[in-house]
Design a protein around this ligand. Structure first.
Ligand SMILES: Cc1cc2nc3c(=O)[nH]c(=O)nc-3n(C[C@H](O)[C@H](O)[C@H](O)COP(=O)(O)OP(=O)(O)OC[C@H]3O[C@@H](n4cnc5c(N)ncnc54)[C@H](O)[C@@H]3O)c2cc1C
Length: 453
C-alpha cells in the first residue's frame, strides 16, 4: 500500500488509522488468542470513530484488493479479527440506548456484553449475551451466542431484532424480519459472512435476582463431581446453567452457576451439587444478574497478568459420555500449568426448543455440550510443547463430535468445511452468500465459500 493512498484514507476517517512502525501498532494488531500460529501483521488498522469509517474502510480495501478482517472484541478463537491486510476495528463504537418501554437495547458494534448488561440493569432489565463481560455483544450474537440465560430465552441470536450492515459492495442496509427476512435469518448465526454489522437491536427481559457464583471442590473428587454434574444437568430446569472448570493450577475444580427462578428450586439444586463431594469453598450469592454478568470468565480471570500467548481448542459433543469424562481426567493429569478444561453451555431449555432451521445457528440438540481446553504461556520455548498438548486433547475428543462445529468456538477446520458449522442450513446460506458476497470479501469468519469467491 502506497503512503499517498494510505494518507488519503486517513484524511477521510473520523477515527484512527494505525500502520506498521507507529507506536500503537503492536497493541492494535494483537487479539485475545495471540500466539505464533494466529499472529498477523496487518498493513493497516482502521479504528473506527464513526460508522462512516466502516464504509470508507470497505471501499478502500476493495479498491486496493486488500484482505479484510472485521473485529469488534477480538475474541475469535482462530484470530479472525486480524489479517495481513486491512483490519476494521469497531471496538471504539460504544453507544448504547435502552428503550425500557419496548425492552430493547440499541447499540453500536463495539459494546461488550458486560456493558450492555450494565446499561440494561439501570432499567431493571437483562440481555441474553455470552458469559464473559469483555466479549463483544455483536460478535457473540452474529455467531449464535450462548449464555447464562439461554435456557430461558434462547440463543443471543434468537433475541436479535435488527442489524445495520455495511455490505461487500459498500452499501448500508437495515436488516430485520420485515426488510429482508432471508438476510435477517442468515445474520442470526452466520452474520459475519454477510457484511460489517455497525449497529444492532436486541430484546431485553425482566427477571428477579439470580443465585450465582462458584462452588469449589478438591481435584481428587473430580471423577464424582463430573459424573454428578452430568446427572444434575440432565434434569436442569430452564433457569439453571452451570459451567464446570477443571484447572491444573491452584483454582482447582469449580462449578460456576446461575439460577433464575424460585428460591426453593435453587436450594434443591445447591443441595444436589453439595452432595457430589465435600465443597472446599463457596463464593455464591443471591445477586442482581448484572453482578454475575460482569464477572470475569474462567478463561480470563481478573487480576492476573496478561500472558504473552493464549490458545484454545474446543469440541462440540452431543452427550457427556463416560469416555469423555475419562479423557478429561486423564488429560488433566498430564496438563501443563495455566490450563482450564471446561464443560460449558449444557444445552437445554428454550435454546433447544427453537428449530435448527429457524435461524442460521443449527446446533441446538438437548444435552449437548461445548468442551474447551484453554491454555496460556509466556516463554516462546514452550510453544511446541503447548501446541502439542492442545493437539493431543483435540485428537482424543474430536472423533465423537460428528465433526460439528459452533461458529463462535471454531478452533479447527474440517474436511467438509462450513457444512460442519451450519449443518441443515448450509445450502440456504450458500445461496445467500452468493447473492450478498459473491467474491467472498468477508472470509475471516466461519466461512461459507461461494463458488466464484
Ligand atoms: C473469554 C471468552 C469467553 C467467551 N464466552 C462465550 C460465551 O459465553 N458464549 C458464546 O457463545 N461465545 C463465547 N465466546 C466466544 C465468542 O462468542 C466468539 O469468539 C465471538 O466471535 C467473539 O466476538 P468478538 O467480536 O469479540 O471477536 P472478533 O475476533 O472481533 O470477531 C469474531 C468473528 O466475528 C466477526 N465480527 C466481529 N464483529 C463483527 C461485526 N461488527 N460485523 C461483522 N462481523 C463481525 C469477525 O470478523 C470474526 O469472524 C467467548 C470467547 C472468549 C474468548
Amino acid at each position: 500500500m502506497r503512503a499517498g493512498q494510505r494518507e488519503k484514507l486517513r484524511a477521510t476517517l473520523k477515527g484512527r488509522l494505525i500502520v506498521p512502525g507507529e507506536s500503537s501498532y503492536e497493541s492494535a494488531r494483537r487479539v485475545f488468542y495471540w500466539n505464533p500460529k494466529t499472529e498477523r501483521s496487518p498493513v493497516a488498522i482502521v479504528q473506527c470513530g464513526h460508522e462512516d469509517d466502516v464504509l470508507r474502510a470497505v471501499e478502500f480495501a476493495r479498491a486496493q484488493a486488500l484482505e479484510v478482517s472485521v473485529r469488534s472484541g477480538g475474541h475469535s478463537h482462530l484470530a479472525w479479527g486480524s489479517s495481513d491486510g486491512l483490519v476494521i476495528d469497531l471496538s471504539p463504537l460504544k453507544q448504547i440506548t435502552i428503550d425500557p418501554r419496548k425492552r430493547i437495547v440499541r447499540a453500536q458494534a463495539g459494546v461488550f456484553s458486560g456493558e450492555v448488561a450494565r446499561a440494561a440493569a439501570m432499567h431493571g432489565l437483562v440481555p441474553v449475551l455470552g458469559q464473559c463481560p469483555g466479549v463483544s455483544a455483536t460478535g457473540v450474537t452474529l455467531g449464535g451466542g450462548l449464555g447464562w440465560l439461554s435456557g430461558l430465552f434462547g440463543a443471543c441470536c434468537d433475541n436479535l431484532l435488527s442489524a445495520r450492515l455495511v455490505t461487500a459492495d459498500a452499501r448500508t442496509v437495515e436488516v430485520n424480519a420485515e426488510s429482508d427476512p432471508n438476510l435477517f435469518w442468515a445474520m442470526r448465526g452466520a452474520g459475519a459472512n454477510f457484511g460489517v454489522t455497525t449497529h444492532f437491536e436486541a430484546q431485553l427481559h425482566s427477571i428477579g435476582t439470580v443465585l450465582g457464583g462458584d462452588l469449589h471442590f478438591a481435584v481428587r473428587d473430580a471423577h464424582a463431581v463430573l459424573h454428578g454434574f452430568r446427572e444434575i444437568m440432565h434434569d436442569a430446569p430452564d433457569g439453571f446453567q452451570a459451567t464446570l472448570n477443571l484447572t491444573s493450577g491452584e483454582r482447582g475444580l469449580f462449578v460456576s452457576l446461575c439460577h433464575t427462578g424460585k428460591e426453593k428450586e435453587a436450594d434443591e439444586l445447591m443441595r444436589k451439587l453439595r452432595s457430589l463431594a465435600p465443597p472446599i469453598r463457596e463464593a455464591m450469592q443471591r445477586q442482581p444478574f448484572v453482578s454475575l454478568a460482569e464477572k470475569a470468565a474462567a478463561t480470563n480471570p481478573g487480576n492476573t497478568p496478561t500472558p504473552t500467548f493464549r490458545a484454545i481448542q474446543t469440541v462440540y459433543r452431543e452427550r457427556i459420555t463416560d469416555e469423555l469424562i475419562d479423557i478429561y481426567l486423564d488429560q488433566l493429569a498430564q496438563a501443563p500449568s495455566d490450563l482450564v478444561l471446561g464443560l460449558s453451555h449444557y444445552m437445554h431449555g428454550k435454546v433447544c426448543r427453537v428449530k435448527p432451521t429457524e435461524t442460521a445457528f443449527p446446533h441446538r440438540h438437548a444435552h449437548s455440550i461445548h468442551l474447551r481446553a484453554a491454555y496460556s504461556w509466556s516463554d516462546p520455548k514452550d510453544n511446541e510443547k503447548r501446541f502439542a498438548w492442545g493437539e493431543e486433547w483435540l485428537r482424543q475428543l474430536r472423533p465423537k463430535s460428528n465433526e460439528s462445529l459452533y461458529a463462535n468456538y471454531q478452533t479447527y477446520e474440517t474436511k467438509t468445511g462450513s457444512p460442519s458449522v451450519f449443518g441443515v442450513n448450509h445450502t440456504r446460506l450458500l445461496a445467500l452468500k452468493e447473492k450478498y458476497d459473491p467474491t467472498n470479501f468477508f472470509h475471516r469468519n466461519a466461512n461459507i465459500a461461494p463458488a466464484k469467491g
